[in-house]
Design a protein around this ligand. Sequence first.
Ligand code: EPZ
Length: 419
Amino acid sequence: MDTFVIHGGSPFSGSVQIAGAKNAALPILAASILGGGPVSLANVPEVSDVRSMLELLSGLGAEVGELRNGRLALSTQGVTRSETAYDIVRRMRASFLVLAPLVARFGQARISRPGGCAIGTRPVDLHLEALRKLGADVAFEAGEIDVTAPQGLTGARIVFPTPSVGATHTALMAAASAKGESEIVNCAREPEIADTAAFLSAMGATIEGAGTHKILVQGTNAWRPARHTILPDRIEAASYMVAAGLTGGRVEVIGGRLEHLGAACHLLEAAGLSIFPSDRGLIAERTGALHSVDVTTEAFPGFPTDLQAQFMTLMCLADGASVIREGIFEQRFMHVPELQRMGADITLSGSAATVRGVPRLQGTQVMATDLRASMSLVLAGLVAEGETVVHRVYHLDRGYEDIQGKLTRCGARIERVRQ
Ligand code: EPZ
């Protein structure tokens, strides 16, 4: 397992090309099953989660071209199998997103029940409830989930008890193929939902309201070949903005968009960053001292849970105490013990972490545990005194394209050591 060796102290300054959003690419690749025809995608991030999804689609019978410079051509005409094995779902939970398109296209699908992961139990009940509402039958058998809809899916009103990104994608893809109209209420409003809806519309679906709390979908079975460009990854952009804030640098995130940051923009500014649009994206720079800011992670447009760990690193060096509450997942504080090893002053109490700013962090050996926690440790290494060795960097490869290249080009001293 490779490690990153980072020598802290250099300001993070320069321009970073933001890749396509992993969390849009994954549902869009799953949705391509619906069309059963050729699809041409651009700005697809070259990260291991995307490669896992392409491997899954190939295993189901899709013809997948080479992913190069963000461009990908694939056809799901050859998809015949509607079963996905446990090992793929275990390796990447987002594989669960293929369930709805498989049921919609073949009338049945069998998928392994995804287990929990480092950040929580990650249930899928909301996905299954949405499919039931659209007329599917769901049965459980020894860790597998059998979903059948022999008469096809029928439009319905789906009201989510709580916004769920994945379950909203599932409902959207299923409703797009159902007979008649569906209304999806209290759905997730993340920008990636609107991007998936745009792709489904390019393939022939009729969808209104994606990105709001209510989406209207007119089902179709008249799918057509589609082209789509994936939207930029807002979490990648914000992670590099935090790097500039931590190290007193100035970064241009090419492709970054203010409207995709939601509450994160305001909270990053309150913490001491200046953020403003450039003609290619956004610029973020540190304007003075870092200030402690209280944060609770929420569904979009609230502060994103995927930025919580990175923001915590920023608060480790702020001028007071901040309380960071994780409002989405039950155990997304795996980065805390590692940051404490670097000298951070953090106290955990249930879903809240109190971070008291310290003058500096010390480099040491730390362990990556999940994608975003790993980024918080890399960010800490950029500003820590001395050398930081981050173990198990494969977690980062899941969602940050060319992270070493992008960091190095902005002044970071980081080396990947192959184990
Ligand atoms: C998506 O996960 C993202 N993954 C996550 O990003 C992100 O953290 C999360 O949304 C929240 O924004 C992808 O898009 C591939 P949820 P998802 O359903 O869909 C509960 C990353 O680092 N819930 O919005 O699984 C759930 O337990 C990853 O890129 C149910 O109770 O998240 C959580 O508490 C990590 N039942 C809350 O809803 C369900 O059926 C929100 O989860 C589904 C979810």
